[in-house]
Ligand binder design. Sequence first.
Ligand code: KIV
Length: 270
Amino acid sequence: MPSVRDIRAKAGEEPITMLTAYDAPTASIVDEAGVDIILVGDSLGNTSLGYETTLPVTVDDMARHTGAVARATDDALVVADMPFLSIGVDEAASIENAGRMLKEADAHGVKLECGPHTVDLTEKLVELGIPVMGHLGLTPQHVNQYGGYPRQGTDQEAAERILELAQAHEAAGAFSLVLEHVPSNLAADVTTALEIPTIGIGAGPDCDGQVLVVDDAVGLSEWSPSFSKQFGNVRAEMESAVGEYVSAVESGEFPADEHSHEESDLEEIY
Ligand code: KIV
């Protein structure tokens, strides 16, 4: 059974790999490729549910998609993202919502978009047996505060605040920390300052690991951020396959004899 201890042990030996997945077929491909951590990100709001932001994603959405991912995963650590306002409003509700990801959906841990309000909660969740991955830098649930998705930690004060929060979450028991869209020199400093592994997205090469949204990585997304990289072109493959299907049906080429069966004992009924 994969554990957060394996992830901590791997850091420093070779980079940790993390990708998102939101459904069983994608999770099985990602798992078989040897990815260390599968994140069921609330980015599923954008990638799979058609929302403009992650804000409408619910705890039920996360539990359903995390369950699908966990059922298809043998080796990777499965981490469920806690959606907007599912944590941080009320401690009991936060614990219950995070607990659902382990009890109902078989996740190994949860990810929290962090701020000063998640330090005590991290400690409580870890104490109760719920491993926590922190997330600092660009936290997309703050889109309305940012007015978009700008780089974070770009001035001295903001950079120091990120380091302080990173250290506070490490002290509270987080097992790793995502750093999103921050300068690579800040990510390098935070990585040096922490014992727990950092996992970067748009945070340069010096983190202990890297994460991407799977739709961006395989080339399924219509748009992806500049810090991402397309390692394939699944969208073009799907467009071509769907186009061929439409032509084959319209031309009568599909279904052919091998796709149908006739029952000789059946009498004509009309
Ligand atoms: O929701 C998500 O996919 C994430 C990653 C981009 C880190 O938070």
